[in-house]
Structure formats: C-alpha cells, structure tokens
Design a protein around this ligand. Structure first.
Ligand code: ATP
Length: 891
C-alpha cells in the first residue's frame, strides 16, 4: 500500500489531487512546506544530551566502586576520606565529560557534513541543497549515481533505471517512465512512474515531482529496520576493550591477594579495603578508551583540515596500514581542467590555441593560421561537439566564464565557441528529442535532435577505439565513404600520436535516421555511424601530485592508476608523475578480461597502470590485490564504482565529482578530489596510531609502576608508600592530561619513511610490551626506594616519606610522558617543546602536585607535608632515573 502526504490511498497507485506545478517551488513556498511536513529525514536515534553524557561518567565500573567506597567511608565516620574521594570522582567526571562531549559533537558534525544532497528547482533555478530540506511538491533533478532524496513521480525521464533492492529485495535495476499529466493533475500514477527515497539511480537522468518526504516515504515505513545500530568502533578500540577487561580481572585478583595479605599481617580491614580499591584504580587503565576515542576524533578533525572526510571511524586505523592506493586518473591525479588543443578533421590535424575557459583562440596548421571554413566537415563536427553535450558555459557580460558540468564536455563547448558555435544558436535550429547518457562502461554518449528542416540526427561522441567499431563510414570534405581497414588504422595512429602527448582523445560521429524509435537502445542508436573526426584535450597533472607519488613510494605504498582513458594517454601521465615508466607495467581492461582470476592474481602485483577499464574491473582489481595480502585504498566516483569502494579496505569517494551512491559506499570522502589528500590522510592515519601507542605506553607503564610499588610493599609487609587517596589523585587527576596531550603529539619526522604497519600487528608489538614493563618496573622501584630512603633518613617519618614517594612518582610519570613521545628517538632529538600541549599538561599536573603539597587544607586531606631541599633532592634523583635510562638506551 502506498500513501501520499495528502493521505489518499489505493493499492499500488498514487492519487495526487493538487495542481501540479512542474516549474518548482519558490523559497517561501518551500519554507511553508518545511514547516508543515518537517525535514526530509528518517527518525534519528536520539542523541545524548549534555546531562546524559555527564551522568554516564558515573556508570563506569571503577567510578561505581569509588562511589561505594565514599558511602562506606562516610558511614564509618571517615568524612575527610569520603569527601576527598568524592571530589576526585567529580574532577574525573568533569574531565571525562569534556572529552566525551567534544568527541561526540565533532563526530556528529562530521556525519552531518557527509549528509546527502539533492538538486531541486527553486525560484526557477537549479540549486543544490541538503536532501533533508527537500519538501513535498519540490521538483528534483536526478541522474545516474544520485540517491533519490524523496518519493517522487517522474515528469521527465531519459533512460532512467533505479535500484530498488532496499525496498523490494530485487537487485536488478528497474526501468522507470514518466507519469501522465492531464489538466495540471497527475493521473494514474503507477510504481514505474515513481522513484523512491534512498534508492540509487543506476542509469539515465530526469526530473521528478516530490510526493512524500521523511517518515511518509516508503523508506520511512521501514526506517526502524534500517536503524539497527552499526558498531563503529575500530579494531583497536575493540582490542583495547578486551585488554581493559582482562586487566580488570587480573588487578582485582591482585587486589584481593593484597587485601588478604594485609589483613593477615594485622592491618585494619578498613585500611586494606581502601588500599585495595585504590590499587585497583591504579591497575585499571580507565582513561585508555577515552584517550583512544579522543585521539581518533582529533585525527579525524586533522584529516578534515586536509580535505579527507572520514565516514567510518575504523577507516582511520586501516589508513595507517594501507600499502596500495588505486587512484582514478582524471580529476584525482590530473586537474580535470580540459582544453581541446588538437582537432583531426578532413584528414588534417589542426592546432587550437588558448587554455581553460578563455574563449579566444586561433586555429592553425603547422604554425600557419587556418580558416575553419576551409574544412567542410568541421561544421558537423562542431555541431556534434555542442549538441552531444549536457554541459553549459555561462558567459557573463563582465567577469569570468563559468562552466557547469563535465570538464570533457565544457572543453568541447569552449573550442566550438572559439569557432563561433554556441548551444544557444544551435538550439534555434535543432530541437532535442532524446539522449543516451554517457556511461563509463560504454564510454559513449548519444543525443537525438530534429533539425528545423525535419531531419533527425543522432550525434555520438566517445572513446575513439570504441566509437570507430560502431562506424561503417567516414566523412571527409563533405563526402561520405565506407570505412576501410586502412582508414581505421590511420585514425588509430592519429589517436595514438595525440594520446602519446598525454592528451585525452574523443571521437565524434553522427547518422541520420527516418523516425525516432520508441525505446532508445544503445545497440541500435549507436550503430552504422559516420565518423567525423577527433578532438584531443590536455589535462595537466595536479600540482604536488608528483611529490605525493614519490612520498608514497618512500613510505612503502604503491601508487596505482586506474583509468577509463586510453593506455597511451594513461602511460604518458603515469611517466610524467612518476608512477611507472614501463608499458609492461600497464594493462588494459580488454587484456584483463582474457586473464583467469588465478593468472590475474599473479600479475596484479606488477601492474601500475590499468587503462580503458570499466568500473566492473575495479572490483576484480581490488579482490586480486587483497588476495595478494595488500591493504587497498581505492578511489571512485560513479554509481558503478560502489561495489569496488565497498570491497576495498578503504573506499574513497570524490567529494566534488562523486555521486551520492559512491559517497555512501565509501569510508572516506575526498573533499578536493586530490590524490595528495589521500597521501596526507594516510600520514594522519599513521600519526593517530602512533599517538595511541604513545598514550598506551604512558598509561600502562605508569599504572604498572604504581601497582608494583604498592604490591611489593604489601607483600613484604612494609608501610604502604602511598595512602589510597594519593593513588586516586595521581590516577584520576594528574595522569589524565599528559595522556590526552600525547594523543595530540606531532608526527615524528620519519613517519612517511617507514613501511606501512602490518594489519595483524599486535598493540604491544615492536617492543612496546617490554618497554612498558621496563618503564613500569623502574618507576615503581625508584619511588619505593625514594620512600624507604626517606624513611631511613628521617627516622621513620611516614608522612614525609609518603610525600617524597608521592612527588617522585608524579614527577617520574610526567618525565615518562615526555619520554613516550618517541619510541626510537631521545626526547632531545624528538624536540622537547614540539608538543606544547604536553608541556602545558605536565606543567599543570606539576602545579597540582605543588598545590597538594603546599596548601594546608589539602595537606590535611592528602596527608602530605612540605618538602625541604634534601627531600626535593631525593625526589629529583629518583624521579629522573627512568627518564635518564630510557634516553641513554635510545641513544
Ligand atoms: P578516470 O577518472 O577513471 O581516470 P576517466 O574519467 O578518463 O578515467 P571515464 O570517465 O570512464 O574515465 O572516461 C573513459 C573514456 O570515455 C574517456 O577516455 C573518453 O574517451 C570517454 N569519455 C569521457 N567523458 C565522456 C563524455 N562526457 N562523453 C563521451 N565520452 C566520454
């Protein structure tokens, strides 16, 4: 059963009893409808409010234990202890809240940025708006690659097929046709006249009139089914979660042993219970999940600054492991700013001057000015260039020319304009009657026009090697001749020569027909054509792309070009930007088709340029590379690229030229379509992983140090070197900021000189585990020794000794934070002041230490005492041991 916003229902058929205005709404009408029907969105999961985020800080296991401890201390009359724990818990919650709130909001903002858009006609003009702003009675434009933004009836349709598998389960695209309008009303709207929200347009283009939006759409009815929660945590987050749980188990076991031992040694149950809890807090890296999420969120923001919008968080981590980037050529490696420089017509090669959208330019042959009127076929060639074209040049009276549409096509409009041919003039003589849009599989586009004298023309343009196979004749100097093999070879050699100078070449052809067929089948329309000529255009490499290719190679990442363009053009550009030099390293789609999967898997490792491929080939390429163990990043823009984008480890959609379908399938969107941004995103991925490792190293080694110190002291029945409140203070207050700052550390200079990290690499690999053990051991041992030494020198002054070990531990940990900045380099090599956040974090934590030592009420709570110079000397010596040893070993 289908339903309209007007509420009139009938099986499978819409009735819409309003006057249909197919010219679109005005802004005011749209606003009124937006108020009436709401935004065009499916019900969203409720987002957490600030208060909910704050309260959720108190549901952590460790915090619940601490709250229980507060209550127990309170009832036992230990009011000071109780209030101190409470204050620590609250400070910890505030830190946690700030981190989580910022992270949530920034990730949400990213999601909003990648929300789909729609093209509507408002105030008589085509506008791009967020799909959520589409309202009933809007007129929308859809084309292959779009995701239909709302349920709408087609009022114009050129070969539209839509994939409705989301609604019907049917995976084959469904053909759609226009609805009948009579007396300004839709009559008898059938399913085949409707396009539905969320369904990708596979082919063609058209206009549609919106009947239902948001929850009133067919998709709205199944919205609940679509909202199943997707787990978006990264593999590292999942692994850390597991490790965290294991550590909880182990530390609770150790605490229990310690409590029992303490009680057996005659300590009071309350003291041991409290000490046990604080040890648990010391052992459990409760800050770790938050630090990881914050590091990821910061990294994602940095990527955005470098024009890479991450749609799925796990991608951030995979980026650091990427070892192959399969990149489209046009627009990603090159500028996609096309200019026609050569024309082949009437057996002559004509040079064209001027670049870009400069409409002034001359035609010449071998340096001599040529009059285009002296080439009889030129007239039809330029008419084909202008009329087989969906793009537009907007030429203001003053200012720059603006181009709308595909750069390949606007280049044709510019060259035609140089010769005095414009679509405005031609459309007074030719009326459009049909079109078969360009697609990357056929590599052709055709349009049908009726001329003012009643002739019906089919104009075709496309890849010359494809087009020529569909031609049966050619036209030279107004004579049409059968296309011989010799002439075909001649065209091919001209094409190869042009392509050899890195130019994209288009072939143009036409035919006349007697009547317009009811159905426009490419096989019938694009056959028995008459070849007219070639147009070759330059498309320079993007600035910086050569450097990025080099940087990839140094970082152990293989850059691969995948293009629909001709092999010779592709190779010429690949050579220019340093992807490869040897034609043996290239393959065409046709050659690829002849290889079995096994043969291809063997060969794929050595291929750097894939030319004349279809989007379908991309899927084979990704699979073959993955079979070889590569971690593949793959770019794509068209609707047919979506399967390859999904299959790739990192699917990257183009932000500017990409279709909505490609964007939905991708895990990352390149806002500037630039290859260089992929390399920067990979670097950012490496930075994030490195920084997470730094935070892990810091937090775990500190926790281990504290735990060892307390456990050893209990086991040998000596006075505990720290009171529980001191441990809580260190863990929940002074540890947090440096860990967070490590998550924002700048990269090490050689970050892009190392090979990518293997995906199966464990968190503690490359020496991280032993490093944590070593640092933890030294930190614990030196603080314990500082404690014993002070006890010895002060004749058993416990308060002073504890203050010394408290200060030693905190300072050792802060120095450890600085040391954790680099795994291989000493802090001085890595640059002491490179991470200003870390310096500030360490300074604030140090000031917090001084506050606890020197402010009397806090001294009372934390049972500390001011230190004299001798004590400070002990603190300084013992707190620097770990830092010094690590730096010496690194040296
Ligand atoms: P990539 O972006 O993958 O590097 P591409 O953009 O060159 O490659 P396609 O857009 O699939 O790949 O184009 C393939 C071929 O189709 C081009 O080499 C050209 O000959 C032809 N072609 C491109 N655009 C059009 C168009 N608008 N009309 C007709 N033919 C076109």
């Amino acid at each position: 059963m289908l339903k309209t916003n007007k509420g009139i229902e009938k099986d499978d058929i819409y009735f819409f009893n309003v006057n249909v205005d197919i010219n679109g709404l005005s802004d005011m009408e749209a606003e009124a409808r937006l108020r009436q029907f709401g935004t065009n969105e499916l019900k969203k999961k409720k987002r957490k409010t600030a208060i909910e985020i704050f309260l959720s800080q108190f549901t952590d296991f460790i915090v619940l234990v601490l709250i229980a401890a507060t209550v127990i201390s309170f009832f036992l009359g230990e009011i000071i202890d109780a209030s101190a724990i409470l204050i620590i818990v609250v400070i910890n919650a505030v830190f946690g809240f700030i981190q989580e709130y910022r992270t949530e909001r920034s990730l949400e903002a990213l999601k909003e940025m990648s929300a789909p858009s729609a093209h509507v006609i408002r105030n008589g003009k085509i506008m791009e708006i967020s799909a959520s702003m589409v309202v009933p009675q809007d007129v929308i434009l859809i084309k292959a690659g779009d995701v239909v933004p709302a349920d709408a009836a087609l009022i114009e349709a050129n070969n539209i097929t839509v994939n409705e598998s989301l609604l019907t389960g049917e995976s084959l695209p469904v053909h759609k046709s226009t609805v009948k309008i009579s007396g300004g009303m839709f009559i008898d709207i059938k399913k085949e006249n409707m396009v539905y929200m969320g369904c990708p347009v596979v082919n063609g283009n058209g206009k549609a009139y919106v009947l239902a939006t948001g929850m009133n759409t067919e998709m709205g009815k199944i919205a609940d089914m679509l909202q199943d929660i997707k787990d978006d945590s990264t593999p590292l987050q999942k692994r850390l979660d597991r490790i965290g749980k294991e550590l909880v188990g182990i530390s609770l076991g150790i605490c229990l042993i310690m409590i029992i031992l303490g009680i057996l040694y005659g300590q009071s149950t309350y003291n041991m219970f409290f000490a046990g809890i604080s040890l648990a807090v010391a052992a459990i890296p409760e800050g770790l999940p938050a630090i990881v999420t914050v590091s990821l969120a910061i990294g994602v923001q940095n990527m955005l600054k470098r024009n890479a919008l991450v749609r799925r968080l796990p991608a951030v981590e995979t980026l650091g492991c990427t070892n192959v980037i399969c990149s489209d050529k046009t627009g990603t490696l090159t500028e996609n700013k096309m200019t026609v420089k050569k024309i082949f017509v009437d057996n002559k090669i004509i040079d064209v001057s001027g670049i870009g959208f400069n409409l002034q330019g001359n035609f010449s042959i071998s340096g001599k000015k040529a009059n285009i009127r002296s080439f009889p076929t030129m007239d039809l060639l330029l008419k084909t260039a202008v009329l087989c074209n969906k793009s537009e040049l907007r030429i203001p009276k003053k200012g720059n020319v603006e181009a709308v549409g595909d750069p390949t096509e606007t280049a044709l409009l510019v060259v035609a304009h140089k010769a005095g041919y414009t679509s405005k003039n031609l459309l007074t003589m030719f009326k459009p009657v049909g079109e078969i849009p360009f697609d990357s599989d056929r590599k052709l586009m055709s349009t049908i026009f009726r001329s003012s004298n009643g002739d019906i023309y089919i104009f075709v343009k496309g890849a010359p090697d494809r087009l020529i196979e569909l031609c049966s004749s050619y036209q030279v100097e107004n004579k049409v001749m059968p296309l011989s093999l010799t002439y075909k070879r001649m065209i091919t050699s001209v094409n190869n020569e042009m392509a050899g100078s890195a130019m994209r070449v288009l072939g143009l052809a036409y035919k006349k027909i007697n009547f317009i067929p009811r159905e426009l089948k490419p096989s019938e329309i694009e056959s028995s054509l008459t070849f007219l000529g070639l147009m070759a255009m330059v498309d320079p490499p993007r600035t910086g792309v050569t450097e990025s290719v080099l940087s990839c190679k140094r970082a152990g990442i293989i850059p691969v070009m995948i293009t629909g363009d001709h092999r010779i053009t592709a190779m010429a550009i690949a050579k220019e930007i340093g992807i490869c030099n040897n034609t043996n390293e290239s393959i065409t789609g046709e050659e690829l088709d002849k290889l079995s999967d096994k043969e291809f898997e063997k060969k794929v490792k050595n291929i750097r340029v894939f030319a004349r491929v279809n989007p379908g080939h991309k899927l084979r390429i990704v699979r073959a590379l993955k079979k070889n163990g590569y971690i593949v990043a793959m770019t794509g823009d068209g609707v047919n690229d979506a399967p390859a984008l999904k299959e790739a480890d990192i699917g990257i959609a183009m932000g500017k030229s990409g279709t909505e379908v490609a964007k939905e399938a991708a895990s990352m969107i390149l806002l500037d379509d630039n290859f260089t941004s992929i390399v920067k995103a990979i670097m950012e991925g490496r930075i994030i992983y490195d920084n997470i490792r730094k935070s892990i190293r810091y937090l775990l080694s500190c926790n281990l140090g504290e735990m060892l110190m307390m456990f050893v002291a209990t086991a040998i029945n000596m006075t505990l070197p720290l009171i529980p409140l001191q441990i809580l203070w260190i863990n929940l207050v002074t540890d947090g900021l440096p860990a967070l700052a490590l998550g924002m550390d700048p990269p090490e200079p050689d970050i892009m000189e190392k090979p990518p990290r293997p995906t199966n690499e464990g968190i503690f690999s490359r020496g991280l585990g032993p490093h944590i053990l070593f640092s933890g051991l030294i930190i614990g041992a030196s603080s314990l020794t500082a404690f014993s030494l002070t006890q010895y020198l002060s004749n058993g002054n416990v308060e002073l000794s504890r203050t010394v070990s408290f200060a030693t531990l905190i300072i050792a940990e802060l120095l450890n934070a600085l040391e954790c900045r680099s795994e291989a380099h000493t802090i001085f090599e890595a640059g002491l002041f490179k991470n200003i956040y870390l310096i500030l974090a360490c300074l604030s934590s140090f000031i917090l230490l001084l506050i606890v030592l020197y402010i009397p009420p806090l001294r009372l709570i934390f049972k500390t005492t001011p230190l004299n110079l001798d004590s400070w000397a002990i603190v300084i010596v013992f707190s620097t041991i770990e830092f010094a040893l690590n730096n010496i070993f690194k040296k």
